[in-house]
Design a protein around this ligand. Structure first.
Ligand code: ZN
Length: 367
């Protein structure tokens, strides 16, 4: 296997990936393992989408009191997060169905319910991020927040030394940016990192336009017929900012932490790393023994396994992790897993602080 970008190619998976893949295939071939994993995945979609729609419907048509409205908004946020982590993410990776068009249709919940383009997501996430994880310049996620530095190869700036403090409000704005201008800006630019993003046509274009219309109709237009404008704006901002904060932090805990390796584009081009080894070493699992969090995050706390097997339903990841961990030990590959959410958050915080200070002249650092 060789994966090629414009200038960057990877070595094939070698013995590590061969051994791991063989063991994972053996695990999947056992009894009804594959079927059970798919059924557990399918069961999540109606919960996520149903909770989102039911919370919105009660909020708009029943118009409950203040306490009920807060409860409905919490349900809306939870439903949207479950849709993001357990439905659109798996579907856009092709993990729900065999047929691509069904996966794209379910993945379109990102457009209609979350407000961002699944068409653009598949380039940004599946190609730029999954292929070139933590390679600065290729992985758009490593530069996704303005005024912040995630990788050592990025230039230092004096204000970055406060980034571990101001990054959190910036995470809350990422969702709003994607919903309103981010997708359009990406189409106009024509690239995500070094990956080409073509302007959508035909069904893809219809999906983007209809998706945006549906999202803003349920999130803004219909509520304006029922509630005063300031209530609608406040509720929309609260919904978008909380979901954005949780989504951004979840993805950052897997890659933007002290234990994850970052590579500059020049270094990656020169060394031609083995792809599977690069993915393991640039990714960190967290809370592997927390079944509730694993369920809610759609296995995104098992991102090492997700990066090696993105087409597999995430319901298999806890078992696959045992296989990957064993083979990493066998082949001398560094496998990192944080035991708790607190440890993962702390590592993200410390990484941001270290990146903010790295390369800053001492007089500025002290001033
Ligand atoms: Zn993914």
């Amino acid at each position: 296997m060789a994966i090629a970008g414009d200038k960057l190619t990877f070595g094939n998976g070698g013995a590590f990936m061969q051994d791991t893949r063989r063991e994972v295939e053996q695990y999947l071939a056992r009894g009804r393992t594959r079927l059970r994993g798919s059924l557990l995945l399918f069961a999540k979609a109606p919960v996520a989408i149903g909770l989102t729609i039911a919370s919105w419907a009660v909020l708009v048509f029943v118009r409950p009191g203040a306490a009920g409205a807060v409860l409905c908004l919490a349900g809306l946020v939870l439903g949207a997060l479950l849709t993001a982590f357990c439905v659109q993410h798996d579907a856009n990776h092709g993990a729900y169905f065999r047929r691509r068009r069904y996966n794209h249709l379910l993945g379109w919940t990102a457009d209609a319910l979350l407000g961002f383009s699944s068409y653009a997501w598949r380039v940004k996430h599946n190609i730029a991020h999954h292929t070139y994880t933590n390679i600065d310049g290729f992985d758009d996620d490593a530069r996704q927040v303005p005024l912040a530095r995630f990788a050592p190869s990025q230039a230092p700036r004096p204000w970055y030394r406060f980034q571990h403090l101001y990054i959190w409000p910036m995470y809350t704005l990422m969702g709003l940016r994607l919903q309103i201008v981010g997708d359009l800006a990406a189409f106009a630019r024509g690239t995500v990192g070094e990956s080409a993003l073509r302007v959508p046509r035909g069904w893809n274009l219809a999906g983007v336009i209809v998706g945006k219309c549906i999202f803003f109709t349920w999130a803004i237009v219909i509520p304006l017929l029922v509630y005063p404008w300031w209530v609608v704006v406040g509720a929309y901002l609260g919904f978008a900012m909380i979901t954005s904060l949780v989504m951004a932090t979840t993805f950052q805990l897997a890659h933007c932490v002290e234990e994850a390796a970052f590579t500059s584009a020049e270094e990656a081009c020169a060394t031609r790393p083995v792809w599977a080894v690069h993915e393991v070493e640039s990714t960190v699992d967290f809370c592997p023994r927390n079944p509730l969090l694993t369920w809610a995050l759609g296995g995104l706390n098992f991102q090492i396994e997700h990066h090696l097997f993105p087409h597999l339903p995430h319901t298999h990841y806890p078992r696959v992790a045992e296989i990957v961990r064993r083979n990493c030990a066998k082949h001398g590959i560094r496998y990192s897993s944080q035991p708790s959410l607190r440890a993962a958050l702390r590592s993200h915080f410390l990484h941001l602080r270290a990146m903010g200070r790295l390369g800053i002249p001492p007089e500025i650092e002290m001033g």
